[in-house]
Design a protein. Structure first.
Length: 593
């Protein structure tokens, strides 16, 4: 029988009047590899912090086996400053074999500059150094909090193999579904402040969880039917409530609890549409870029097509983020040109959080972008309605930014990007700090998005679901275009590992769906001419309204007295009208006169 490494009994934790988890009990035995899953903000990291003594529990116990070697990797580990990488990694190590193992692990994790100061390391590099030091200690039980965040795909695959083959007992929090599926033999789910346990990997968990929810919903429906009958009895029998039917009154309140919807996925709803995008997206011609001696792009050429969905992979530091910044015009190439179509409207959701003013409320942030978001003649949302799609309830919308969790900040960032109605989404490590439920909905949205998409991600599952083909950035400016998703590329690479000169599969260049320009009808010519005049008039009204706000106008555009509230409302309307009419004008301008 496997020995017990950790026994948890009736563990309870709350913050003020908010219960995080209650009466959580479980056992970790030698060889268990457990993935801990929950929505953001429901207590995953808190549970790990309680287990490791970083936070106190309210009640209950967590007991590790005597003399058990326990290791813990935080989400964002910190290294001591003033030391080199090798000094930080070897701090406190006197055993020669342990030192050799640490150096070997650093090399396997891609840390080659051992004399670099720890302060110069990126988040991903610091995590790899901390991971090497942790694994070199040869823990028997390992607690990992989002171990794959900020690691590139190659390192994630190495860690996946290492943990799968090791006898280490494991409890980890991660949103990487391929990683969970490959490594775990048990899943814990935190929901409704309770812990549910499932035997098997992530795939098996999905099946068992669906069965549990189906049974739960059936019990709730039965309870609701009984509740309706009991409610009728309670209303008709005032005397019985006071005397001998007390047991029925107690049963009534029990039924009410059973019938209450206690499990709510709280799924993010991304029912938003992209703006119109024309046939011309962008063309890169002979683009080169380097930083010092480091070559990022070397004579790069590509024509991006309408509705194309592209993934970009490569080791950290190879230039993935630089490439997408060149596409957006944020970074200029050293040579060559990037020509972006006139209808393209980029929406960038990056790994760096937007610097929201911490003193402002969520609803204020949204309203600053738009009071009402119009997607077409039939689809529009107020700022509050739009935020509700992103799991910000009315009370949550009144929260100050300073009080938001990391996951809430990421959702707010995503909402502000999509409020601007982009037709070209650029997602740079979008999965960081998003829970699995939110990732599933984001994947569905990207798959159905009627626009162009570029995804840079270490999340292989997300990449596989969302892209049609990938750029493999191999370093020294080399960019290879592979006709398939990441898993297909990985399979091809493995199959041809022993054949370095094997020919890569070819893919046809994406072609716009409409290669020939159609001609304007008589009606469209009249519309085009009218739009030109309407856009000019609206643009003039916009400038006049801006003069009102700047204090340089003596009256409203219509000649009435200054009214700032009315000017603000009209300004929002004018901006929406201009956006819609300019896009239609651009659509018509692509046709032959």
């Amino acid at each position: 029988m496997a020995s017990i490494h950790l026994q948890v009994d009736n563990l309870t934790k709350s913050f003020g009047d908010r219960m995080i988890f209650a009466d959580v009990s479980f056992v970790l035995c030698e060889g268990d590899k457990v993935g801990l899953i929950a929505k953001n903000g429901t207590g995953k990291s808190t549970l790990l912090n309680v287990l490791t003594g970083r936070e106190p529990e309210d009640s209950g116990t967590a007991r590790f086996a005597p003399d058990l070697r326990v290791g813990y990797l935080e989400q964002c580990p910190t290294l001591p400053s003033g030391l080199s990488v090798i000094e930080a990694a070897l701090a406190g190590i006197t055993d020669w074999e342990r030192e050799q193992l640490t150096r070997k692990l650093l090399d396997q994790l891609g840390i080659t500059d051992l004399d670099a100061p720890t302060l110069s390391l990126s988040g991903g590099q610091a995590k790899r150094v901390a991971l090497a030091r942790l694994l070199a200690a040869e823990p028997q039980l390992l607690l990992l909090d989002e171990p794959t965040n900020h690691l590139d795909i190659g390192i994630i695959e190495w860690l996946e193999r290492y943990l799968s083959r090791s006898r280490i007992t494991l409890l980890m929090v991660t949103h990487d579904r391929y990683f969970l599926d490959a490594v775990t033999n048990k899943i814990f789910e935190l929901a409704d402040c309770r812990l549910y346990s499932y035997d098997g990997n992530y795939n098996r968990y999905l099946e068992l969880r669906a069965q549990r929810l189906e049974a739960q919903n059936a019990r709730r429906e039965r309870a609701a039917n009984l509740l309706r009958r009991e409610l009728d009895w309670m209303r008709r029998q005032p005397q019985a409530r006071a005397t001998k039917a007390k047991y029925r009154i107690d049963a009534f309140y029990d039924l009410r609890e059973q019938a209450r919807p206690q499990y709510d996925d709280g799924k993010l709803q991304l029912r938003v549409k992209s703006g119109y995008i024309g046939n011309k997206i962008f063309e890169a011609r002979h683009v080169s870029k380097r930083f010092g001696t480091k070559v990022i792009l070397d004579d790069f050429n590509y024509i991006f097509a309408r509705y194309e969905k592209l993934g970009i992979v490569g080791h950290n530091g190879v230039g993935k983020s630089t490439l997408i910044k060149i596409i957006q015009g944020i970074v200029a190439p050293d040579s060559g040109t990037v020509d972006v179509g006139t209808t393209v409207r980029f929406g960038y959701f990056g790994q760096e959080s937007i610097a929201f003013d911490s003193r402002r409320r969520v609803i204020d942030i949204a309203r600053e972008i738009a009071e009402v978001v119009h997607f077409d003649e039939k689809t529009s949302y107020t700022a509050a309605q739009f935020l509700n799609h992103f799991l910000f309830s009315p009370p949550d919308q009144q929260k100050y930014v300073a009080k938001l969790s990391g996951g809430e900040l990421r959702r707010l960032q995503l909402a502000t990007v999509l409020m601007r109605k982009p037709n070209f989404l650029i997602l740079d490590e979008p999965t960081n700090d998003l829970d699995i439920v939110t990732l599933e909905i984001l994947e569905e949205y990207v798959t159905e998005f009627k626009g162009c998409v570029i995804v840079v991600s270490h999340d292989r599952f997300f990449m596989d679901r969302c892209v049609d083909h990938i750029f493999v950035m191999e370093g020294e400016g080399a960019v290879k275009d592979f006709p398939g998703n990441y898993s297909e590329y990985r399979a091809w690479r493995s199959a041809h590992a022993s054949k370095p000169d094997a020919e890569e599969p070819k893919r046809e260049q994406y072609k716009p769906r409409h290669t020939e320009r159609s001609r304007l009808t008589f009606k469209e010519k009249r519309e085009y001419e009218a739009l030109t005049a309407e856009i000019s008039a609206l643009d003039e009204e916009r400038r006049q309204l801006e003069a009102v706000f700047n204090g340089t106008a003596t009256a409203m555009p219509d000649g009435s007295a200054i009214d700032f509230d009315a000017a603000s409302r009209r300004y929002a309307e004018v901006k929406e009208l201009l956006d819609a009419k300019e896009l239609r004008w651009l659509e018509l301008s692509e046709k032959e006169p």
